[in-house]
Design a protein around this ligand. Structure first.
Ligand SMILES: [Zn+2]
Length: 453
């Protein structure tokens, strides 16, 4: 684990503006005023809730020996996401797990936000609607479509099908990392319709964007690495990712076998998890409103389109066993890729796994410090990793600023690291992708071998 020095400016792409303008003309209608009203409403609610939490004034922001007095500007958990206030209230009413409260006050976050705002105003760079994103989207969709068409309509032998299935799996993961993830966080564009369309690419890939929004935006981004809340660190009895999970005998070998099981996560997600979550209206003890109307239609049509594309159309042309085999191969590659990139951010040495204090519902840190201390960056110098993973190698920056397009993360990371250092908050990063993989391996071995954290 190292603390990395800031890197040179990473400009991933320079691109002609034509695709950007075409994308605008086709996709967008100006609805900024709605966005602004919604943001104002969210801010008012956040302020009310922050004021209500001022009884937590005894709780201080953790830094290196510096105890900073609590401030009344505590962000709502999930700050920066489109964590719906309606959803939060619904969650509170029927959750089987406690809704947690973060410590009040965040001088760190207000200073950091000011600096990031200054960066955008002085450089004139856009937070969203970055031209590079439109070019990147075109490249990834071309990659995806080419892989699929060649696989289904042209491949006739296993040695043609296998590399194409791997290519398809990698392309699907790229759609998830880059397009769906930014769209789902409203980080792709200033235009809600564009964000919505990009987020819906998940339904095309077999996952429910509706369930993902609750699971990822509302839960994972709020309760990061908190055992019993964050579904992303819950592998059931098969794996122990957190020191607060029960250790079983089988976990002694988890640093070997989990890598293969990651490959089946996508299949489970597509064929089981979404249906379970939507039918139960519950994710890891947190309840959410089941989809109705348009959302329910998207869920059903999305699954139908996916099953048609993944199974029905190929089976009209190929043997059933060959289609199933190719589906498993592509989904396996996609699952391993998605899981490993996630695990490198939160389940490596140095990442914190905090729990509420005693039997209370209080988390020691402010929300912002909690995000930094539960997250680890990796391969910050690698343009290739940054491009392919949609900036998810800059997860600290993503967790602090989920509504800023990932194209901006390399530059923002310099500001985040500097501010963390000033406030005595540990900013962690693994130097390369492989260093992150090795750290995840060691973390799995440690969690499987010993009860100690
Ligand atoms: Zn995210």
């Amino acid at each position: 684990m190292i603390s990395i020095q800031t890197s040179d400016s990473l400009v991933l792409f320079t691109s002609p503006r034509l695709p950007y303008l075409i994308g605008y003309a086709i996709l967008n209608r100006k609805v900024e005023s709605d966005d602004t009203r919604a943001a104002t409403r969210r801010n008012q609610i956040m302020k009310r809730k922050a004021a209500a939490r001022m009884d937590l004034s005894g709780v201080k922001e953790r830094s290196s020996g510096l105890l900073r007095p609590a401030q009344p500007s505590t962000p709502e958990p999930g700050y920066g996401n489109h964590f719906s206030d309606q959803g939060a209230d619904a969650t509170r009413s029927t959750d089987t797990v406690k809704t947690l409260k973060f410590a009040a006050g965040s001088e760190f976050l207000s200073v950091l936000r000011g600096r990031v705002d200054d960066y955008f105003s002085t450089t004139g760079r856009p937070q969203r609607d970055c031209p590079q994103m439109y070019v990147k989207t075109a490249i990834i969709f071309t990659w995806l479509a080419t892989s699929y068409v060649m696989l289904v309509f042209l491949a006739s032998t296993w040695w043609q099908a296998l590399p194409l299935a791997i290519s398809l799996g990698l392309a699907m993961a790229a759609v998830g990392f880059n397009i769906q993830h930014d769209g789902g966080h409203q980080a792709y564009s200033n235009y809600p319709l564009t964000n919505k369309l990009m987020a819906l690419t998940l339904d095309l890939l077999g996952g429910s964007s509706y369930a993902w929004d609750r699971k990822h935006n509302s839960i994972h981004h709020t309760y990061t690495n908190i055992t019993g809340h964050d579904e992303d660190i819950n592998l059931g009895f098969l794996g122990r990712l957190s020191p607060h999970q029960k250790r079983l005998k089988i976990h002694r070998l988890q640093h070997f076998y989990l890598w293969a099981l990651y490959g089946f996560m996508t299949i489970k997600w597509q064929l089981y998890d979404d249906f379970r979550d939507i039918l139960s209206g519950r994710i890891h003890g947190h309840s959410f409103a089941r989809p109705k109307g348009w959302d329910l239609t998207v869920f059903i049509v999305g699954k139908l389109v996916f099953f048609s594309v993944a199974f029905v159309i190929p089976m009209l042309l190929c043997e059933v066993w060959a289609v199933l085999l190719v589906y498993v191969a592509a989904a396996f590659v996609q699952g391993v890729t998605l899981s490993v990139v996630f695990q490198l951010a939160h389940c490596v040495e140095g990442a914190d796994f905090p729990m509420p204090e005693g039997k209370t519902d209080r988390i020691e840190n402010t929300w912002a410090v909690h995000q930094v201390e539960t997250t680890v960056d990796f391969a910050r110098q690698s343009r290739l990793v940054s491009w392919y993973t949609g900036g998810l190698n800059f997860q600290i920056e993503h967790h602090l600023f989920p509504r800023i397009c990932h194209i901006n993360y390399p530059e923002i990371s310099k500001i985040v690291e500097k501010t963390c250092r000033e406030f005595g908050i540990t900013y962690m990063a693994n130097k390369s992708f492989l260093a992150g993989v090795a750290s995840h391996f060691r973390w799995l071995r440690r969690m499987g071998m010993s009860d100690a954290a």
